[in-house]
Ligand binder design. Sequence first.
Ligand SMILES: [Zn+2]
Length: 298
Amino acid sequence: MSPSLACIGGTAAYDLLREGALVARRLGPQATPFGHSQPIYYCESRLGDFYFLSRHGELGYELAPSFVNYRANIYALKALDVRAIVSWSETRALSHNYRIGEYVIVHDVIDETTSRANTFFENQGLGLVRQWPVFCPSLRAAFERTLETEECDFSDQGVYICVEGPRRETPAEARKYTLLGADLIGQTLAPEVFLAKELQMCYASLCYVASYAENGSDFRPFENGRILDPGVQQRRARAAVERLPRLLERLTDVLNSTPAMCRCEVSMGHHVQAGQIDLEWRSWFEDEARPLENRTLP
Ligand SMILES: [Zn+2]
């Protein structure tokens, strides 16, 4: 049986795979009507198998978030019968109330990206999808149980602001993002989470805090009254990443006993009921699969 869980990870997670901490078989990039996906791996673990997709490529950080083909990645995972996607994401905390190395099960997103294809349904009049809950509650509950079981330091609340990048934020932008209500800055969750919803997949993100956002000062932050040493910060962030294979393995097990309490599988149900699309999701993209000259004009 093919795994129903996939993890989309960044460069640090892919390094684990290169170093052998994640045991995987390479399936490679998959062809989709939206172009080729990033390479996909089949990971076997003691408690359950899962897929892994390397978001930024296989050489390192050769593909900045603005240039990732999010549609091809999500479509490819759906075509492999994946039902739930775990996004593993590095973040920078806007508030010093988050600890470096802490996990955050983010609960909401502000999309500040400007140049990404953010829907599968260009010129189709589809995709009016409600964005609450933003992340799958079943997956978030499973993250919580996994992190508790593994005795990890985590927060179950956090608003993630997705910025275009690849550059870092300016101090004024960091202050603006705080005023907007964001807790963590990252560059990858949008439009990934929205696209997963359009294909009726469960999606949630497990973030970790790798550093603090730019505050325009070279003075170091404090923790418990002591200056936080950069070496300590680096070691904590690294430790958070190194725990990933163990967490994914545990998650596959926890998911098997977590009752489904989400409606992700029917997020396009209103379009089906309105007769705009069929139940079979592949039929939604028959036009994209045709050569350009044979496509239906909008
Ligand atoms: Zn769900």
